[in-house]
Design a protein around this ligand. Structure first.
Ligand code: CUA
Length: 329
C-alpha cells in the first residue's frame, strides 16, 4: 500500500462500519472482493458527499439570494480566478486518485499470478463447461480454497459472460478467441455463476455453481470425478450427468416441454419430426440427438441444441440413455 491508498483508507475508516461493509453488496468469497468493494464504496461516498453539498448549496443560494420586492439586484461579479482554479484543481485531484486506484486495481484483476491453477471454460447456448487438467469435464466449477485459479475461456457460438458475484469476477467468453480471468477463493462454500451477456432464449437459465473445496479435498474430488460412471448404477450415473452437464437447462423431466421436449415418457414413444416422418424414440435416436442434434428435430421445436460430440464419452451417453428410460409419467 502506498500513501494514496492509505489516505483513501483513512477516509473510508471514518465511515461507520455497517455502511462501509455495505449490505447491498454480495458476500465476499475471494481475495479481490475486499479491494473492489472498498474502491466502489470510496467512489460512492465521494459522489454522495458532493451530491449533497451541491444540492444543499443550491437551495441555500436560492433562498438567500432570492429577489425581494423593492430591492434592486446588485451587480454580480463576472469572473473569479480563485473560484475557477478551485473548482478545476480539486476535482482533477479527486479524479486522478480514483483513476490511479481503478487502474492498479484493474491490472491486479487481469494479470494472474504465475503459479495459478488453470481450468478451461467453454460457453455455449446455454451452459458452461469446465475442463480440468486431467480431462474431466463438468458443468459446475470446482476450485481449491486459498489458491489462485486461472480461467481460459472461449465460446462455441455467441458472446457469453462468466460472472461470479461473490468473487467480483466477470469476463466475456468470445467465439474464436481466448479470454482469461483469475481469482483466489478464500472461503470454502458454494457460490453462483451467472451469464452476464444476453445470449438468447435460455440466457437467464445459463447459471452454474462454483464449489470451493477445503484444503486437500479438491485433489480428491478431481480424482473421483473422472470415474464415477464406473462406480454408480447406470441410471444414477446418467442422472448425475443429466443434471451436471446442462441438459436440465432445456429439457424438463416433469412432463412439460421447455426449450426442448420433455424427456418424461419419451423412451419408446413415436414422435413426429418437422418433416412429418415418424420416429420411435429408442437408443439410436437418442444417441444421434445427443451427438448430432440437428439431424432429426421433433415438430414444434427449434433446432437450437448444441452437439455433445467430444463432450460426452460413449459410456456417458449410454448411461444417460439408461436414465432417460427410467423417466416415466
Ligand atoms: Cu450465455 Cu447469456
Amino acid at each position: 500500500m502506498n500513501w494514496l491508498t492509505l489516505m483513501a483508507d483513512e477516509i473510508l475508516c471514518a465511515i461507520p462500519r455497517p455502511l462501509a461493509d455495505a449490505f447491498w453488496l454480495p458476500e465476499k468469497g475471494s481475495t479481490a472482493a475486499g479491494g473492489v468493494d472498498w474502491l466502489f464504496n470510496l467512489i460512492l461516498f465521494v459522489s454522495i458527499f458532493f451530491f449533497v453539498l451541491i444540492v444543499v448549496l443550491t437551495f441555500y443560494f436560492l433562498l438567500r439570494f432570492r429577489r425581494s420586492k423593492g430591492v434592486k439586484p446588485e451587480k454580480s461579479p463576472t469572473h473569479s480566478m480563485v473560484l475557477e482554479v478551485t473548482w478545476t484543481v480539486i476535482p482533477t485531484i479527486i479524479v486522478t486518485i480514483i483513476f490511479y486506484l481503478g487502474f492498479t486495481g484493474y491490472m491486479n484483476l487481469s494479470v494472474p499470478p504465475e503459479d495459478a491453477y488453470e481450468i478451461q471454460v467453454t460457453a455455449q447456448k446455454w451452459q458452461w463447461f469446465f475442463t480440468y487438467p486431467n480431462g474431466h469435464v463438468e458443468g459446475n466449477l470446482h476450485v481449491p480454497v486459498d489458491q489462485p485459479v486461472q480461467l481460459v475461456m472461449t465460446s462455441e457460438d455467441v458472446i457469453h459472460s462468466l460472472y461470479i458475484p461473490a468473487f467480483r469476477t466477470k469476463m466475456d467468453a468470445v467465439p474464436g478467441r481466448y479470454t482469461k480471468t483469475w481469482f483466489e477463493a478464500n472461503k470454502v462454500g458454494q457460490y453462483v455463476i451467472f451469464c452476464a451477456e444476453y445470449c438468447g432464449t435460455g440466457h437467464s437459465d445459463m447459471s452454474a455453481f462454483v464449489i470451493v473445496h477445503q484444503p486437500g479435498e479438491f485433489e480428491k474430488w478431481l480424482e473421483d470425478a473422472g470415474n464415477f460412471v464406473d462406480r454408480m448404477s447406470p441410471a444414477d450415473a446418467g442422472q448425475l450427468l443429466f443434471t451436471t452437464r446442462g441438459c436440465t437447462q432445456c429439457h424438463k423431466i416433469d412432463g412439460t416441454d421447455d426449450i426442448g421436449p420433455t424427456l418424461n415418457g419419451l423412451f419408446g414413444k413415436k414422435r413426429v419430426m418437422v418433416d412429418r416422418t415418424e420416429i420411435t424414440a429408442e437408443e439410436n435416436y437418442i444417441r444421434e440427438s445427443i451427438v448430432n442434434p440437428q439431424a432429426k428435430i421433433i415438430a414444434g421445436f427449434d433446432p437450437v441444441m448444441p452437439t455433445y460430440k467430444g463432450k460426452l464419452k460413449d459410456k456417458e451417453i449410454t448411461v444417460i440413455i439408461e436414465y432417460i428410460k427410467t423417466l416415466k409419467p
